[in-house]
Design a protein. Sequence first.
Length: 221
Amino acid sequence: MASLLCADADAAILQVTRAGDEAVVASPAVDDDAGLVERLRAGDESAFVELVRRYQPRLLRLAEATVGSRAVAEEVCQDTWLAVVRGVDRFEGRSSFKTWLFRVLLNRARTSASREQRAGHADGDVERFDANGAWAQPPVPWADQVDDRLVAERLARRVHDLLPALPDQQREVVVLRDVEGLDPLEVTSLLGITDGNQRVLLHRGRAKLRVLLSVDMGSDR
C-alpha cells in the first residue's frame, strides 16, 4: 500500500501546502479520522489527500514554531506525511490519530532543528539576549488593551515571530495548547510529560511571551 501512495504523496502535500493557511481545515472528529485511517490502510489515495488537507496547516504551524524556518518546516511536514504513508499500518490506535501525527511531526522537527543548529543556521531573536541568555534590554511596560482588530492581528503576528525565543519545551506546550487547542491530556500524552509539568511549562511560556511582547512594543515607541 505504501508503494502505491508514496509516488503521489509529494504532489498531494505540495498541492495543499500551496493553499497555505487558507486551506479548508475540516473538523477533526476522532471517528472521522479513524475512518480515513482505515481507508488509507486499504490504499485509498483520497483518504490521504483529505488527511493532508485537514492537518497540513496545523502541522506547518507546529513545525515552523519548532524549527524557526518556513522552508525547513515545509520539509519536515513532507517527511512527516511520507512517514505516515509508510507507517500507517503500525498505528495501533492507542492514542488519537491527531496525537500520533503530531508526535511523528515533533520527532522530525526536533531532529531537523538540531541539524540546523549544528550547521549554524539556527534562527531566533538573538538580539534581545546576551550570550548568557539574559535580557540585553529591560522590558518596557505596555497597555493590555487591544480592542482594535488590526492591532490584535498585529500582535498575533508578533507572538508567532517571538515563539522561537522560548525554550523548546515551553514553545511546544504553548503552541499545542494555545495555537492548536489541544487539551492538557493530549499534550501530556504527546510530549511524555506530567500534567503538572505541562501546566508549569505553559505558565512560564506565556509569561515569557508577555515580557517579549513588552520589549517588542517598547522598541516601537
